[in-house]
Design a protein around this ligand. Sequence first.
Ligand code: ADP
Ligand code: TPW
Ligand code: MG
Length: 570
Amino acid sequence: MRATASEEPELTDGFHLVIDALKLNGIETIYGLPGIPITDLGRMAQAEGLRVVSFRHEQNAGNAAAIAGFLTGKPGICLTVSAPGFLNGLTALANATTNCFPMILISGSSEREIVDLQQGDYEEMDQLAIAKPLCKAAFRVLHAEDIGIGVARAIRAAVSGRPGGVYLDLPAKLFAQTIDVVKGKTSLVKVIDPAPVQIPGKDAVKRALDLLKGAKRPLIIFGKGAAYAQADDAVRDLVEKSGIPFLPMSMAKGLLPDTHPLCAGAARSKVLKEADVVMLVGARLNWLLSHGKGKTWGAPGTQKFIQIDIEPREMDSNIEIAAPLVGDIGSCVTALLEGIDGSWKAPSEWVDGIKAKKDDNIAKMAKKLSQPKVPMDFHSALAPLKQVIKERPDAILVNEGANTLDLARGVIDMYQPRKRLDVGTWGVMGVGLGFAVAAAIETGKPVLAVEGDSAFGFCGMEVETICRYNLPVCIVIFNNDGIYRGTDADPTGRDPGTTVFVKGSRYDKMMEAFGGVGVSVTTPNELKRAVDEALSSGKPTLINAVIDPAAGTESGRIGNLNPQSALKKK
Ligand code: ADP
Ligand code: TPW
Ligand code: MG
């Protein structure tokens, strides 16, 4: 397409301009699913050296792109067809935006003229309008010479400030437009400094330091924003130089090891209730932190908050923030460190009290984990997986489900940053296999995906993708025959209960169907052996871990959010 007869000017086209614009900006991988009008875009991108990973459902491709964005700080790219493919990808785009993950959903779309007159084009839909309220920014490119600007705007919107999802609409007609190759080249834009540092104000830093140094019972809470920021050394120095105990949110686990002497994870209830100054670092005071008030926290007015966040409007979203520190985490933490030079340390009485509580809770948990049961309950199955991650701290743990999620989060210690990927802010099911694929591709590390049997069902067909790309992914399904438990029944006796699945299902056979390794295990020892084998061999593996159907609790740890629990209280 590029070269034409010698007497005519050399031309390029929309397809190549999109590919060249992505490559110019350091994009190496596209996650997507082919079809009209983007089949050739995928083919050509592959031919031009981009890695193009094809999925079985766009939502999983979108989740892969989102987590690639979280892991690398570059926007993950998801490529879909129009209307239905676009909508399938849109859930992932909205989820990425909610979680502050940078991604760009690029979808082909139908003829504008026909769509706008609603004349019934193939896969007709006003995609731009539909995407807009669900993402951080949305753009459409109509002319080949604007592709460079369109891609640049999408990249900058995704990664600057608070990261998020961006939609880029590319109508079918655009791809076949041709322009002079030199004009095309000069129309491309390399985005310089896409996520500029944002230095906090001096006064704001002083206000935060004064508050912190006046604290008797200080606490730092790290959220996934702190993991995303990749300011790992500064974050570690902050904790170690100040001696302040820290609590990691789920995906911030491992930023400092969960086994660190100052990790307060095992004394969560105590520190949230008793801290007098709480510093949030890349964590929002949303439902996951009970909005900073109520039973989880101390009496109103007894606790003051410092919040580090790149998004100024996050401040005071739920309660008053006494010391807002607006800026990127690297710059903010570095500025704080200048004022914490070792002359000030968190009071030892507070730190020692936390240690006593922690030791007590850790001993209780160790006892629970040392009593293997057959059939396995969740703790029996988690004990060997805790050991696996201890032995392979560089492996990436993907985790979803209800009991499977909540209990794994508490039991499995993490040792390195950005190694725990899970359901995030929405508690959404089905992110597991998309995350697993991208984690393997972006990091080259082994991936252990611990999935509830229901959670797995939302994305299970991607086992074929994992086999096709021969990825070092080991999926462990905690198979308790259902959602939360496998014991519900239809009171009328007509149908299965609404939360149960086929009893004794053999998910391992699905993996075998595509040439991967499938194993079914019933004991902790068998489980440990099978996971070790999978991670050592790097072969795509699915382990069906049979869990007692009666072992789980309704909604895992968040049963209090079920409306019927409010009814029962009345
Ligand atoms: P968690 O669920 O782990 O508590 P959240 O997703 O609620 O974390 O919060 C992440 C926060 O981190 C968001 O408010 C986001 O604006 C912020 N954030 C993301 N990247 C950065 C960064 N580089 N610097 C500062 N704040 C950031
Ligand atoms: C997209 C609601 C929350 S947790 C869950 C569902 C369906 C599954 C729990 O069962 P699982 O885990 O995975 O077998 P376990 O160990 O407790 O048995 N649809 C979406 N997201 C959510 N969160 C739901 C439904 C839900
Ligand atoms: Mg289940």
